[in-house]
Write a protein that binds this ligand. Structure first.
Ligand code: PLP
Length: 402
C-alpha cells in the first residue's frame, strides 16, 4: 500500500468553493468578490503605478539575486516600523523594536506564534475576536497553541458588541494572556472601536498585562489615511503595552503575491531586542531560511523615496475612495434592479448585498466595512448557500426576490 493511503481529503475551503462557483457561472456580468483583492474596471487585480515605477527603477539598478539574511532587508524593516508607529515613535528612536521581514502577514503571524509558543512567559492562550479572519484559528492550532474567543460583534443587534468585548477582557481573559486585535478595518465585520474606546481598551489591557497581537491587515482602508488608521496601534505602544505587530503590503500596495510583510515585537531594552531577534532568526531558519527579496525591494523603493511615497498615498486614496463609491453605486443599483438578492449580513450594513443577474458593475471589490459578496445566475437554496459560505462565521444570510 502507498505510504499515503491513510491520508484523507482535507476540509473544503469555502473561498475556493466560491471561486469554483464563479468560474462555472455563465453570466457575462459576473463579478468575483470571493477574495479580498482590489480589482480595476477590467476586473483584474490592479498593479499600482508607483509599483510599476519602483520595479522599473529596480530593474535599472541590475541588482543581483543573492540570499538576503533570515531577518530580511534592514532598510525595509525600518520603513515598516515608521509606517506602523510613526516617525516620532519613541521605541523606534530607542532602538527597541525587534522587527523582521516576513512572508506577508500570514508568515509574520506564524513566526510570532512560534516565538510565543517557545518563549512567552505569560499564559499561552490567544484570545481572538468573534468573529475573526478564519485563518487566525488555523495558524494558532497548527502552531500547537490554544485559542479562545472574546465577544466582538453581536448578530442580534447587528452591531459591534463593545460592552461584551470589555466584559470578556475584564472577566474572561486571564492576566498575562495573549489578545489579538485587528488594528483597523476589522475583518470580517468592518467595525472598529472608536478612539475613546481604543483608549479605554489600551488602559484595561495594560492593567491586565496582556500581550497584544495587532493584525494590521488593512492599514489605510478604514479611513483612507495611514496616520488615522494607525491610531490604535500607536496609542497602545505609546502607553507601554507589550505588542506584536503583523503588517504587510498585500492590500494597501496591492502586492498580494509578493508576500512583503513584517513582524515587529516591542522589546524593553536593546539587549532584549537582540535576544528576541536571535531567537526569531532561529525560527525563521528552521521554517524557510530567508524571506523573498523582490516585494520588499519594491516597498523599500516606494517608502524610501519622498516622491514615490507621495504618489502611493495619492493612488491609495483613489483606490479606497473608489471602493466606497462602488459600494454606494452597488447599493443604489441593488435597490432599483435586483431580481434576486443574496445578502450576507454580518453587520449593521444594509449595503452588504450581492445579487443575481442584474448588475452592470464589472469591478470586483472588497470593502472593509462589509463582507464578501457573491453573484451568480443560479438561484441558490438557502441551506446550500450557508454550506459554501463562511461556515465558520455566524452570519445571517438572506436571499430575497425583489
Ligand atoms: N489578516 C487578516 C485579517 C486578513 O484579512 C488577511 C488576508 O486577507 C491576512 C491576515 C493575510 O494577509 P497576507 O496576504 O498579508 O498574508
Amino acid at each position: 500500500a502507498s505510504f499515503w493511503s491513510k491520508v484523507e481529503l482535507g476540509p473544503p475551503d469555502p473561498i475556493y468553493g466560491l471561486t469554483e462557483a464563479y468560474k462555472a457561472c455563465k453570466n457575462p456580468k459576473k463579478v468575483n468578490l470571493a477574495i479580498g483583492t482590489y480589482h480595476d474596471d477590467s476586473g483584474k487585480a490592479y498593479v499600482l503605478k508607483c509599483v510599476r515605477k519602483a520595479e522599473k527603477l529596480l530593474d535599472s539598478m541590475r541588482l543581483n539575486k543573492a540570499y538576503p539574511t533570515a531577518l530580511g532587508n534592514e532598510r525595509y524593516r525600518r520603513l515598516c516600523e515608521e509606517l506602523a508607529l510613526g516617525r516620532d515613535s519613541q521605541l523606534m528612536k530607542n532602538g527597541v523594536l525587534a522587527s523582521m521581514q516576513c512572508i506577508s502577514r500570514t508568515g509574520a503571524l506564524r513566526v510570532a506564534l512560534d516565538f510565543i509558543k517557545s518563549f512567552y512567559a505569560g499564559k499561552k492562550v490567544v484570545y481572538l475576536p468573534n468573529p475573526t479572519w478564519g485563518n487566525h484559528k488555523h495558524l494558532i492550532r497548527e502552531t500547537g497553541l490554544a485559542y479562545e474567543q472574546y465577544r466582538y460583534y453581536d448578530n442580534k443587534t447587528v452591531d459591534m458588541d463593545y460592552r461584551g468585548m470589555l466584559d470578556d477582557i475584564t472577566q474572561k481573559i486571564p492576566n498575562d494572556a495573549v489578545v489579538l486585535l485587528h488594528g483597523c478595518a476589522h475583518n470580517p465585520s468592518g467595525h472598529d472601536p472608536s478612539r475613546t474606546q481604543w483608549e479605554e481598551l489600551s488602559d484595561l489591557i495594560k492593567q491586565k498585562n496582556l500581550l497584544v497581537i495587532f493584525d494590521l491587515a488593512y492599514h489605510g482602508y478604514a479611513s483612507g489615511h495611514f496616520e488615522v488608521d494607525a491610531y490604535a496601534v500607536r496609542r497602545f505602544v505609546e502607553e507601554g503595552n507589550k505588542c506584536v505587530i503583523i503588517q504587510s503590503f498585500a492590500k494597501n500596495m496591492g502586492l498580494y503575491g509578493e508576500r512583503a510583510g513584517c513582524l515587529i515585537i516591542t522589546a524593553e531594552s536593546v539587549e532584549e531586542k537582540r535576544k528576541i531577534l536571535s531567537q526569531c532568526e532561529e525560527i525563521i531558519k528552521s521554517m524557510y531560511q530567508y524571506p523573498p527579496i523582490h516585494g520588499a525591494r519594491i516597498v523599500e523603493k516606494i517608502l524610501g523615496d519622498t516622491g514615490l511615497k507621495a504618489e502611493w498615498k495619492l493612488e491609495f486614496k483613489l483606490m479606497s475612495d473608489r471602493l466606497m463609491s462602488i459600494r454606494r453605486t452597488l447599493k443604489t443599483k441593488l435597490q432599483k434592479k435586483a431580481r434576486y438578492v443574496i445578502g450576507i449580513i454580518l453587520l449593521n450594513n444594509v449595503e452588504c448585498f450581492a445579487l443575481l443577474d442584474c448588475l452592470n458593475l464589472r469591478a470586483g471589490f472588497w470593502t472593509p466595512r462589509s463582507t464578501t459578496l457573491f453573484m451568480t445566475d443560479m438561484k441558490i437554496e438557502y441551506s446550500n448557500f450557508h454550506k459554501i459560505f463562511l461556515p465558520n462565521i455566524s452570519s445571517r444570510t438572506i436571499i430575497t426576490e425583489n
